[in-house]
Design a protein around this ligand. Structure first.
Ligand SMILES: NC(=O)c1ccc[n+]([C@@H]2O[C@H](COP(=O)([O-])OP(=O)(O)OC[C@H]3O[C@@H](n4cnc5c(N)ncnc54)[C@H](OP(=O)(O)O)[C@@H]3O)[C@@H](O)[C@H]2O)c1
Length: 341
């Protein structure tokens, strides 16, 4: 059968399972699809597939491998998969800021795929993606000068453990009609049910790691190395999709009507922008869908162009973007199938 020999590493996690769904939904031309996870999951079945342990020997003969594992696992295994001849699309943060690893959202900077000397391509952080998809066409038109962004991030952004902690706490709170007094899981140090936690990632000085990642990744993808970016990342008790309030200043004048026109034509963006009619972008509306929903477009009282963007963190923030990168690699002739029988 014609097609590409594809692997997903971390296939039992929330992003890995979504990657499998997205490959199937989009009829990705895979002649073989292998699923890998840790030794804990070896032998487990996902649909018709049997999960194998990811090991040094696992990657021979694969042409495209999507990694959906924690950073430390990616750091060890991604170079092995690339050395075995595969092109690797990595969803972790392990390689995103390395100068010889392109960090790509196809709608923003697909051309960067041409320069992947290590055969590794990084997928941005899910909050970065939610901001970058609508911001890129505005930056191209008017030149970003300064950016402030505040996120509202769902628990699935912290993986399967995040989802389990929220459900455990919600069930207990529903039964007792009391707010949780301590966390019922290991994903968040505070209870997340009926709560809002302004701490995502690990603290470095005055900034949390998620905030540092978003700023650095936006600068890299938008080719704006000196862009001043202020970010506050907040975990909220939603299951899927991240929302971001964005306030941006541009070099050239850009009013709400011009921004709306640019965003209406932007790939990967869907306008949901009629607050008077009750149409605002919500996380429930974005969950399970491909586009980044954008609304509340206005000039704020500080003179910034402001909007609210929501995108499914497991799809555009991770699995869908990785599959779109793979599709672009094929379209651009940057990966060729070795298997024809
Ligand atoms: N969740 C999001 O919204 C999101 C968005 C963008 C990027 N990311 C990144 O994507 C990656 C995966 O995140 P996730 O949310 O899907 O996490 P998750 O639900 O915790 O899943 C982690 C996956 O990694 C596997 N794994 C762990 N240790 C392994 C090992 N030693 N060898 C092979 N596989 C191993 C796990 O397998 P077992 O089941 O066998 O333990 C599981 O399949 C992370 O780097 C995360 O930062 C996540």
């Amino acid at each position: 059968m014609n097609g590409y020999r594809v692997g997903i590493v971390g296939a039992t996690g929330v992003v890995g399972r979504e990657a499998l769904r997205v490959l199937q939904e989009r009829n990705f031309p895979a002649s073989t699809l292998k699923l890998f996870a840790s030794s804990r999951s070896a032998g487990r079945r996902i649909g018709s597939h049997v999960v194998e342990e990811a090991s040094r020997a696992a990657f021979h003969d694969l042409e495209l491998v999507i990694f959906d594992t924690p950073d430390e696992v990616a750091r060890e295994l991604v170079p092995l998969a690339a050395a075995a001849g595969a092109i690797v699309i990595d969803n972790s943060a392990a390689f995103r800021m390395e100068p010889d690893v392109p960090l790509v959202i196809p709608e923003v900077n697909a051309e960067a795929l041409r320069h992947a000397p290590r055969r590794i391509i990084a997928n941005p952080n899910c909050t970065t993606a939610t901001i970058a998809v609508p911001l890129a066409p505005l930056h191209k038109a008017a030149g970003l000068r300064r950016l402030i962004a505040c996120s509202y991030q769902s628990v699935s952004g912290a993986g399967q453990r995040g989802v389990e902690q929220l459900w455990a706490e919600l069930q207990e709170a529903g039964a007792s009609r009391r707010t949780p007094d301590r966390p019922r899981g290991s994903a968040f140090a505070e209870p997340i049910a009926l709560n809002v936690i302004p701490a995502v990632g690990s603290l470095r000085g005055a900034t949390f790691s998620e905030e540092t990642k978003v700023a650095a990744e936006l600068r890299k993808m938008l080719s704006a190395p000196r862009l001043p970016v202020g970010v506050t990342c907040v975990r909220v008790p939603t299951l899927v999709a991240h929302g971001v309030a964005v306030h941006a200043e541009f070099e050239q004048p850009l009013d709400a009507a011009q921004a709306r026109k640019l965003l209406a034509a932007a790939p990967g963006v869907e306008l949901v922008d009629d607050p008077a009619a009750g149409r605002v972008p919500t996380t429930l509306a974005a969950a399970g869908r491909d586009p980044c929903l954008v609304g509340r477009i206005r000039t704020d009282e500080a003179g910034c162009l402001a909007f609210f963007a929501v995108a499914d963190n497991l799809r555009k923030g991770a699995a869908l973007n990785a599959v779109q990168i793979a599709e672009h690699l094929i379209e651009m002739g940057l990966v060729t199938s070795k298997v024809t029988s």
